[in-house]
Design a protein around this ligand. Structure first.
Ligand SMILES: NC(=O)c1ccc[n+]([C@@H]2O[C@H](COP(=O)([O-])OP(=O)(O)OC[C@H]3O[C@@H](n4cnc5c(N)ncnc54)[C@H](O)[C@@H]3O)[C@@H](O)[C@H]2O)c1
Length: 474
């Protein structure tokens, strides 16, 4: 039962958490003329994405690509390396710079939009009141007509494993590692595990990935996942699929990972990336009449409203897909709904970008999904080695796949692997979003030489196949 406010609240929209979802919710409300505020700890402004997630991990990846010369491998041979002995300081100097720049951008955007930043930790007192505890433990009570929970997630840490954040780490503490490990076990072959596996393998660490399932990234194109595995094996990554980590022991000379099968793996370090936990334990949700599930996640409806209609939740704290890009749209959508403004629902078809080395990105459905759904499709493929730009940049392994409906020639899926995949995917997204057909790609003139040309090559491939099938049917 929702409580009504007895007097004029301090804010129209109060957001807890200043990550991508929270920022966009507060800024959208402010742009609609509402009094908006965001609660966050001073050292966390910008959220998990800026401090321990997307921004530092992608900056680290760029440093790895640059320092190891991995992008130029096919141009200069395996031995090309900008620096023979890459240190943690080399890797983190740039990360710290980018993180602090991004925090400045968030602070400036909030202030330019007249969003009040309330420093501290927020927790519910009742359905319209949040207590904000500052750094010296003082509580300030703040009331609001609408509240948006955007507190994000943290890496899940199994109780059975003793983390020391030096040799047994998660994807937060690995960012403050003391040295590049000679060997490391990565637990979990999800997106985070594979991104770090490829970065450390590129740095020369001997990586063993332990994954309890028989495969990995099963939501991606199967051929691309095989290509990624091939590349990682080439960088000396060992996969242990169908194995579950039972315990991790710390010893003077490193770690011993014990698998349920009884096998043991010795390594300098272990990184856990076996899922994430919603940051809801400090919120006193029960005071607002709310509860989280056992993974700390809050359920919402299609407008991002929780069980209490004036309290919304957006971003990773509501679970899948837990992507910064989606969180921003959820924040904006929630704020518009709270302010009574019309807003389009977020499009069903959204791109996924996985920042492994090489990158993987896709939009729409996979071949397996289309086959399961009995949807007819044809495949057009382009390989970077056939493109002048692919040769110039030394990426001979990249590829782009178009999945096309033979009846109306619309795109059903686009799958990309290799340099620039996370950028290139947006050409396919734009075409799909506008309901265009593959014929546009056949007819369009692309800059030469570019990787974007792969769209034209794949489009010609698939339209030729469709033509042949049509001829055979006649
Ligand atoms: N680029 C991106 O899109 C990006 C980047 C980072 C994070 N994320 C998001 O962050 C979230 C969390 O990612 P994640 O990779 O930590 O989690 P995940 O849930 O995606 O993957 C964890 C993996 O660990 C395995 N696992 C769990 N316990 C295990 C054990 N004891 N032994 C062996 N294997 C075990 C699971 O089977 C699973 O495959 C996801 O929602 C992801 O989409 C996305």
């Amino acid at each position: 039962m929702a409580v009504t406010l007895a007097c004029v609240p301090d804010f129209d929209v109060l957001v807890i958490g200043s990550g991508p979802g929270g920022q966009k919710a507060a800024i959208a409300a402010a742009k609609l003329g509402r009094r908006a505020a965001v609660v966050d700890r001073t050292d966390s402004v910008g959220g998990v994405s800026i401090h321990t997630g997307t921004i530092p991990s992608k900056t680290l990846r760029e440093a790895v690509l640059y320092l190891t010369g991995l992008n130029q491998r096919d141009l200069y041979g395996q031995s090309y390396r900008l620096k023979e002995d890459i240190t943690v300081a080399d890797l983190t100097a740039r990360t710290q710079h980018v993180v602090s720049r991004e925090v400045d951008v968030v602070r400036s955007q909030l202030s330019r939009n007249q969003v009040t930043l309330l420093p501290g930790t927020g927790r519910f007192v009742d359905q319209h009141t949040v207590a904000v505890r500052d750094a010296v433990g003082q509580d300030r009570l703040v009331t609001a007509e609408h509240i948006v929970i955007a507190t994000g997630t943290r890496p899940a840490r199994p109780a059975s494993v003793e983390f020391d954040d030096r040799t047994v780490m998660d994807s937060d503490s690995i960012l403050s590692m003391e040295r590049v490990p000679r060997s490391m076990v990565i637990v979990g072959a999800g997106v985070i595990g594979m991104e770090y596996a490829s970065m450390f393998a590129a740095l020369g660490s001997k990586i063993t990935v332990v994954e309890q399932r028989e495969g990995m990234l099963d939501f991606c194109d199967g051929e691309i996942v095989e290509a990624l595995k091939y590349h990682l094996r080439d960088l000396a990554v060992t996969f242990r699929f169908g194995e579950t980590v039972a315990a991790v022991e710390r010893h003077a000379r490193g770690t011993l990972t014990v698998l349920e099968s009884g096998k043991k793996i010795a390594a300098d370090a272990v990184m856990y990336s076996a899922g994430r936990q919603g940051l809801t334990d400090e919120l006193d949700l029960d005071k607002a009449g709310l509860r989280a599930d056992k993974r700390g996640r809050i359920s919402v409806d299609e407008h991002y409203r929780t069980a209490v209609p004036h309290i919304y939740a957006v971003g990773d704290v509501i679970g899948f897909p837990a992507l910064a890009a989606t969180s921003m749209e959820q924040g904006r959508t929630a704020a518009y709904h709270a302010c009574g403004e019309p807003v389009h629902a977020i499009q069903d078809v959204q791109p996924i970008g996985i920042y492994t080395i090489p990158e993987v990105s896709f939009i729409g459905r996979t071949e397996d999904q289309l086959t399961d759904d009995l949807v007819p499709f044809e495949v057009g493929v382009s390989r970077y080695r056939e493109l002048a730009r692919g040769q110039i940049i030394g990426d001979a392994h990249g590829m782009l796949k178009l999945l096309v409906s033979p009846s109306d020639r619309t795109l059903l899926g686009v799958h990309c692997f290799g340099t620039g995949a996370t950028e290139l995917i947006h050409i396919g997204q734009a075409l799909m979003g506008c309901g265009g057909t593959v014929d546009y790609l056949v007819d369009a003139v692309f800059n030469y030489p570019t990787l974007a040309e792969s769209y034209k090559v794949a489009a010609l491939d698939v339209t030729n196949k469709i033509r042949q099938i049509d001829r055979m049917a006649d």
